[in-house]
Design a protein around this ligand. Structure first.
Ligand SMILES: C[S@@+](CC[C@H](N)C(=O)[O-])C[C@H]1O[C@@H](n2cnc3c(N)ncnc32)[C@H](O)[C@@H]1O
Length: 295
């Protein structure tokens, strides 16, 4: 029976050649994405910045409305169509999107790494990436076998396929699916499918391609219950991240503990964070997570 470890963990990303958190403070953060530096709003940076001068190529200035709006202001030329970055052998296009992010989520790097460790040397694992976005996690998983990548956005899936081509991974066994995550999972349960690993990175609110409404607090328990049906005692992991929602990692771990009670292994939970570069770099929290790994 999967045991819940009550003490929270911090899963901290360190930055790498193509990405780093340079500084944070006064409600903003300064990051480097390859050759460019950007300033973005960051509500959790309550402290003061360590550096006195933030020299950036662009800044996302939020609108007055807390839930969205705002736009990029550029002080130097930045390619609007994006530029290539790499994480390990995965290559992808970074771009200043109207949603204030850069087309991938760098705080997920330790998650992608952990999933790879759970699959060890295996090259015939079957994994499922729900809410897969632009596919960096999917491409990392595809080193271990077949991946089903599900996202409601045609544009995100098209970008994910372009990232596969950029990485020279277009022949990897990946099913690219424009679909509603909850509907897809329910359909896979009816088909009696099983997976070795599942990653779930749901937004607080979203819509499926057919207008299906996704509200995290309302729909997560049923989706996790379906994911349980897709796992068995030989499966390796389930990784769930939640952000921008008033919720504790202990709560989502409790949900996994209930749904996955019949499986062996362990459930852990905590926060994802990114460490600022340089000496004395602080940990900037980005999301909460709960994960199960098989026995
Ligand atoms: C935060 S992103 C996931 C980030 C990704 N895991 C990564 O690390 O790059 C959330 C994604 O959920 C998708 N989405 C929103 N509602 C959905 C739904 N009902 N079914 C499937 N995908 C949905 C969005 O299109 C978006 O790409």
């Amino acid at each position: 029976m999967a045991a819940l470890s009550p003490a929270p963990l911090i899963l901290a990303g360190q930055g790498w050649t193509d990405y780093g958190l340079i500084d944070s403070g006064h409600g903003r953060k300064l990051e480097r994405y390859g050759p460019y530096r950007f300033i973005r709003p960051e509500a959790q940076a309550l402290w003061a910045p360590r550096l006195s001068d933030w020299d950036a190529d662009g800044e996302f200035v939020p609108g007055s409305d807390e839930d969205g709006g705002g736009k990029w202001h550029f002080s130097r030329e930045v390619p609007r169509e994006g530029w290539p970055l790499a994480w390990g052998d995965v290559r992808f296009t970074a771009q200043c999107t109207p949603f204030r992010h850069l087309g991938f989520f760098p705080d997920m790097a330790p998650v992608w790494e952990w999933m790879g460790e759970q699959l060890g040397g295996s090259d015939d694992a079957a994994t499922l990436n729900l809410f897969g976005y632009t596919g960096v996690g999917t491409l990392a998983l595809s080193a271990h076998g077949a991946v089903a990548h599900v996202d409601a956005s045609k544009k995100s899936v098209a970008q994910a396929k372009e990232n596969a081509a950029l990485s020279g991974m277009e022949n990897r066994p990946i099913r690219w699916l424009v679909d509603d995550a909850a509907k897809f999972a329910a359909r896979e349960v009816r088909r009696g499918r099983r997976y070795d690993g599942i990653i779930l990175d749901p937004p607080k609110f979203g819509r499926g391609p057919g207008g299906e409404v996704w509200r995290l607090e309302e729909h997560l328990p049923a989706l996790v219950a379906d994911c349980r049906q897709l796992l068995d005692a030989q499966s390796r992991f389930l990784f769930l991240t939640v952000y921008a929602v008033r919720m504790s990692s202990l709560a989502i771990a409790g949900l996994l503990a209930e749904a996955l009670a019949g499986l062996p292994g362990e459930i852990e939970h905590g926060e994802l964070a990114v460490r600022e570069e340089g000496e004395g770099g602080r940990l900037l929290p980005t999301a909460i997570f709960a994960r199960w790994c098989g026995g």
